[in-house]
Design a protein around this ligand. Structure first.
Ligand code: 13P
Length: 249
């Protein structure tokens, strides 16, 4: 059985004091669902967050990392650095990384390899832009992103990979994919995996939806059979809203 996961991507939000405050509020929430819960604070707050949540049922994950082990990559963070402070999961390929920091399918393939080499779990993000969807190219774009960055991997790697479909036009816009649009794309993603690795592998990979998930729409989106959770931006910055989404399962 695949896992249900709700992950909060804090993006470039919350300094140390704000991080402490939000973590305190998160600890006061009650989880009534079976979903795995994760938060992704900024690099500077990862260690503190990890220490604060050691005893809690919330995994602290990173928003990005570099593919190299170490060396002359000013400003970058490696997998072993993350591992050394207890981080076991990393988000890779977020559309903001692709759009503003020139991340490509090729560089992401290397990052995924580095995460796997360090036995880290990857939440691998992808999604089409509005122009792609208007042109009816959303499946071609998403299929290409998955194939280019992941299809060099063996089937076993998918035990450590979570997929996150985030249509760019729905991120931070208040416009969400309809539950049907999300389900159609998630079913396509699972079929793409099944065609390459077989149905047994495809059925075990969790596929999250991201893009303006809120307490008001989470339940309907999560009720779809191929939607196994959410990657949450704005609503993850409010503890009550985030747990309303966690408990939407
Ligand atoms: P919003 O929930 O703010 O639309 O962001 C989604 C996202 O990018 C999560 O990674």
């Amino acid at each position: 059985m695949r896992k249900n996961i709700v992950a909060g991507n804090w993006k470039m939000n919350n300094d140390l004091a704000q991080t402490e405050e939000l973590i305190t509020e998160l600890k006061n929430q009650t989880k009534t669902s079976n979903a795995e819960v994760m938060i992704a604070p900024t690099f500077t707050n990862l260690w503190h967050s990890f220490e604060s949540l050691r005893q809690d049922d919330i995994e602290v994950v990173a928003q990005n990392m570099h593919f190299a082990e170490n060396g002359a990559y000013t400003g970058e963070i490696s997998a072993s650095m993350l591992k050394s402070i207890g981080i076991k999961t990393v988000i890779l390929g977020h559309s903001e990384r692709r759009a503003y920091f020139n991340e490509t399918d090729e560089s992401l393939a290397k990052k995924v390899d580095a995460a796997l080499a360090h036995k880290m779990r990857t939440i691998f993000c992808f999604g089409e832009e509005l122009a792609d969807r208007k042109a009816g190219n959303e499946e071609a774009v998403v299929g290409g992103q998955i194939k280019n960055a992941l299809f060099h991997l063996g089937a076993d790697a998918f035990k450590s990979i979570v997929l996150a479909y985030e249509p760019v036009w729905a991120i931070g816009t208040g416009e969400t994919a309809s539950p049907e649009q999300a389900q159609d794309m998630h079913a396509f993603i699972r079929k793409t995996l099944a065609d390459k690795y077989g149905k047994d592998v495809a059925d075990t990979v969790s596929i999250l939806y991201g893009g303006s998930v809120k307490p008001a729409n989470a339940q309907e989106i999560f009720s779809k059979p191929d939607v196994d959770g959410g990657l949450i931006g704005g609503a993850a910055l409010n503890a009550e809203d985030f747990y309303a989404i966690v408990n939407a399962f």
